[in-house]
Design a protein around this ligand. Sequence first.
Ligand code: DC
Length: 454
Amino acid sequence: MIIAIDGPAGSGKSTIAREVAKRLGMRYLDTGAMYRTITLLALEAGLVPESLPAAAALAAATPLRFEARSDDLTRVFVGEREVTDEIRGRVVSQHVSAVSAEPGVRTVLSQKQREEAARGDVVLEGRDIGTVVVPGADVKVFLTASIEERARRRRLQLEAQGIAQPLDELVADIAARDAHDSGRAVAPLRKAEDAVEIDTTGMSIEQVIGVVSALAEEKRAAAVLAVTRPAAEAPPGKWPISRLVRSPLDNWLYRLAYGIIPPLCRVAFRMKIVGVEHFPPTGAVVVACNHRSNLDPFFLGSACPREIHFMAKAELWKFKPVGWLVSMVGTFPVNRGEADRRAVKRALEILSGGAILGLFPEGHRQRERELGDIRPGVTLFSLREGVVTIPVVLENTDQVVRNHFLRLPRVVVRFGPPLEVPHRHLPHAERALVASERLVEAMGNLLHASAESS
Ligand code: DC
């Protein structure tokens, strides 16, 4: 997968691209840093401004190397020399537009960028990625923001590096760079026709990351569906999953397991179930639950009035008996951190079969009481199938194992009202954003209600 993120200076590209790459397990390429590095070298070689065409040969001969750094910035090296901080200085910033307008420089660097893209799974960030460098990118995003907002962001960035610069100076610098980048003859800054434009003014970084990640995950799922979606829908009333997900044992085992476990849980854990009336008696539903313990599926499954098919981490299947048992009760594996086609396919089949899909949108168990990061991809299933999501919060399930089953805590299962699918007329990116915001808010409210009642 290749993600192209373009936009003017200060629109948040670097932060967004870096974080999206981290979350989706992809590489990240800051193409602006490449232009900045060549600008620094061209300045040192005295090529600016008279001998700019010679900078192309310089670019071709320069061995550039990038290294991820644990704090935010990517480290940039020319051979063994590190130029990470130098290329962000004011002098380079003032001349980089002129150097990057040089056609020869662009040809050389665009080629290097295409070679990087050809290695796959990368987020490229720049000005012309979606239009010139990789017009065939899987996801194209064009970020914008008001000039004042961009100047404010740049100031914060510079301050973090110990550089102070007045806001009006930054506004002027950015305006000059905008004019230069958009007005140049070769590869001017413009939105690709098929790019999704996101105005980030007033949006939090987390929100923008949510939209971009959702676009990427949607694309991954679309690729899966193109290959796997059955040509004809299953006949009404018949579950297309029956052959794939469930086994002949499934029904009685599920009923047996969940016929015995719930009454036992209710007694042993004085289990309290709140809001179960929110559960639709029929039809496909996504159930999104917080995650504190490996026992969560049992508690949720036993509190839920209908059978849930959980998507669970593939590691559970490493120990064969456990894998066998959980498969028997309709749980299916997902390999986290990759585009797991089979898991996506099963999840969508479960929903199109009118059944219930159970997800733990935080991805991993959380130690804190608060909600962890919600992975935006979880809203994809409800959006794709047009089904409601029931938010659920479990309380105290983490205490069970921590207390070695000795002092049994009171487990509470709190269901929230169903979350409708955002309106179809909204652009896709916005639907994904609205859906994940609604989910975060609803789960947050349920946790809050839990905290108040405990
Ligand atoms: O993203 P940045 O501000 O670090 O980029 C520095 C300059 O490089 C910017 O003024 C435009 C130029 N650039 C470009 O022309 N094409 C790219 N793909 C990336 C950056």
